[in-house]
Write a new protein. Structure first.
Length: 595
């Protein structure tokens, strides 16, 4: 493929993705505005009309606490990756994969990055996370990094009808800002176009802007576009029938492979046995990563992660049906508008009816100018001749406005499924276990959101393990150090070889609740307390304290143990003293006299 043909191909990806995702991007921008609140929950033309009439436009942001409750629940119940052997896999290798994933996540603060992806999804429809290898600190092996990606920087294949983009997507495009000085050194091809190229010139149809972003920072930075796409090719493998180990044969080695097969066939006939080798053909995807600046391809990489063909970018969508994506905020905007408008109208009615005016007779009534000046002041004294002025009775506040506003607030709770059960609201005497059961019941309405999030985490974990397996990002020394730290006793050289080898087996991924989560710890503590109440005296106090989250609990447990030991010694001394008192006194032995 020529450079011009490739540029046109990448350009066609961008245009198709941009137009196919335009509606979703518009919805996402609105959703972020509603989550932020303020004037962004109002149309600019409506604000102009209300301001011209001197009328208020209030924002009672009910979406913010609703979304915060959902993301707070996710943060209180974070999950972790656990690999397990599948189809001939090794248990110790699976354990090592688990520890390597945990190490990568600890270094990258992945739990916070994943929580940000979750928040992006439930607010702006799509959340994204990226797994990559960074060579800044380690130029040879590199380091695995996990980072949340701004959803407005991503354009994916709109023709993919599967939640997992690895199953049918042709491309994922990520745009990002990079320092111009760094670009000049890293990509010399872009040097000529770097100074005069503007962000808006790259594609004027790209209306996406991050929330709050109205200007592009193209003074010192430039916008690069990274296109991850897959092509397909027919691959030939030489397979060992006994071990099932397979090795891909390069096109230049086909004649040599045929010679090996012929030799194997002849020897098998002479020895009266089955052949050892076989040939298998398959159509396999090939991952590409091309970086462009404007119309210049500054970097082309085929198989950037070796034989790994999964996209390094993973997507979370809270509601996904046959390619249709939306978030909880999408359905909360209308009741939020209703609440804002009814509250603003109610305030306007109160303001306009507070000083309703007076009925004053032209002759014999009060002085009009004095009535206008002081008629609305408290404690006012109004002089009149013969006819008393009557205050106009204001129209009471419409109950319909109050009812509609209350209905809008209830609609937000019902639509979002964030109700009293999810809030854990119950009677003061209810136990913590009952509160958690109530919250679990309340979560049923949001189960689809958390189920899709769990699927995203599984795709992410499988990609992470594939990347560890197909790259040299972890050296043998690092693997040995991690294995020793986690008390994995095995031949590390054999385990490293097994990690890279396909013949050893495959590995699955389970997404489990982390035992260190506050919710899990509290639940375990509540169960332990219930057992302690049922079987009084069976569970020592030091175990109960050690299972709690009390501050300085180690010091408390230590002092408790000392106190218990002192009491034990004191009791032993008392028992010995009582036994000594109860012992009968022995008569003195008489000496026998010799006869």
């Amino acid at each position: 493929m020529t450079q011009m043909a490739k540029i046109e191909k990448l350009r066609s990806f961008w245009i198709e993705g941009l137009e196919g995702n335009a509606e979703c991007v518009q919805e996402s921008i609105k959703n972020y505005g509603y989550y932020e609140g303020g004037d962004k929950q109002w149309k600019s033309e409506d604000i102009a009309v209300l301001n011209a009439g001197g009328r208020p436009h209030l924002t009672i942001n009910m979406i913010l606490p609703t979304i915060n409750l959902l993301t707070g629940y996710e943060r209180q119940n974070r999950q972790e990756v656990s690999a397990f052997p599948r189809k001939g896999g090794n248990r110790l290798v699976a354990q090592l994969f688990t520890e390597l994933c945990k190490h990568t996540e600890d270094v990258s603060n992945a739990i916070y990055e994943r929580s940000m992806m979750f928040l992006d999804g439930i607010v702006g429809i799509k959340g994204w996370i990226n797994i990559d290898i960074d060579y800044e600190d380690d130029p040879y092996n590199g380091e695995l990094i996990i980072e949340r990606v701004n959803p407005f920087d991503i354009v994916e294949d709109p023709g993919c009808k599967s939640y997992d983009l690895n199953k049918g997507a042709k491309y994922i495009i990520r745009s990002y800002w990079a320092d111009k000085e760094l670009i000049k050194i890293t990509y010399p091809k872009a040097k000529d176009d770097l100074e005069h190229q503007k962000f808006d010139d790259l594609d004027k149809r790209d209306i996406r802007r991050p929330p709050g972003g109205k200007t592009s920072p193209d003074l010192y930075k430039a916008r690069l576009r990274e296109t991850w796409w897959r092509s397909y090719e027919k691959a030939v493998y030489l397979v060992h029938k006994m071990s099932m180990e397979r090795k891909r044969v390069d096109k230049s080695k086909i004649s040599l492979m045929k010679h090996m097969l012929e030799v194997d066939r002849r020897q098998a006939e002479e020895e009266g046995r089955m052949t050892v080798f076989a040939v298998a053909e398959a159509v396999v995807p090939v991952l590409h990563c091309d970086t462009t600046f404007g119309k210049v391809i500054v970097e082309e990489v085929e198989r950037p992660f070796g034989e790994m063909t999964k996209f390094p970018l993973q997507r979370f969508v809270p509601y996904w049906i046959n390619g249709i994506c939306f978030s909880p905020v999408s359905n909360l905007r209308s009741p939020q508008d209703e609440k804002n408008k009814r509250r603003s109208q109610s305030l306007h009615l109160v303001n306009t009816s507070a000083n309703s005016g007076w009925f004053n007779k032209k002759t014999g009534g009060a002085e009009k100018s004095e009535l206008e000046e002081v008629g609305s002041k408290p404690g006012v004294v109004i002089d009149y001749d013969t006819t008393k002025p009557d205050k106009i009775v204001p129209t009471p506040l419409s109950h319909a406005h109050i009812t509609l506003e209350q209905m809008a607030g209830n609609d937000i709770k019902e639509i979002s499924a964030v109700n009293a059960n999810l809030l854990g609201i119950g009677k003061p005497e209810d136990s913590g276990i009952l509160d958690r059961q109530r919250q679990t019941q309340g979560l049923i309405g949001a189960e689809v959101v958390f189920d899709n999030y769990k699927l995203t985490q599984q795709i992410y974990a499988e990609t992470l393990i594939d990347l560890i397996r197909h790259s040299n990002v972890y050296s043998a020394q690092e693997i040995v150090a991690i294995a020793d730290d986690k008390k994995i006793e095995a031949n590390i050289d054999q385990m490293v070889q097994a990690m890279k080898s396909i013949k050893v087996g495959k590995y699955g991924v389970a997404i489990l609740q982390s035992p260190s989560n506050p919710t899990i710890r509290f639940a375990n503590f509540e169960i332990l307390m219930e057992v302690a109440r049922l079987y009084e005296g069976m569970i020592p106090p030091d175990i109960l304290l050690d299972s709690s989250d009390l501050p300085r609990k180690e010091e408390i447990v230590e002092r408790l143990k000392q106190s218990m030991e002192e009491q034990k010694q004191l009791m032993q001394q008392q028992v010995q003293a009582e036994a000594q008192q109860k012992r009968p006194q022995q008569m003195p032995r008489r000496k026998l006299q010799k006869v």
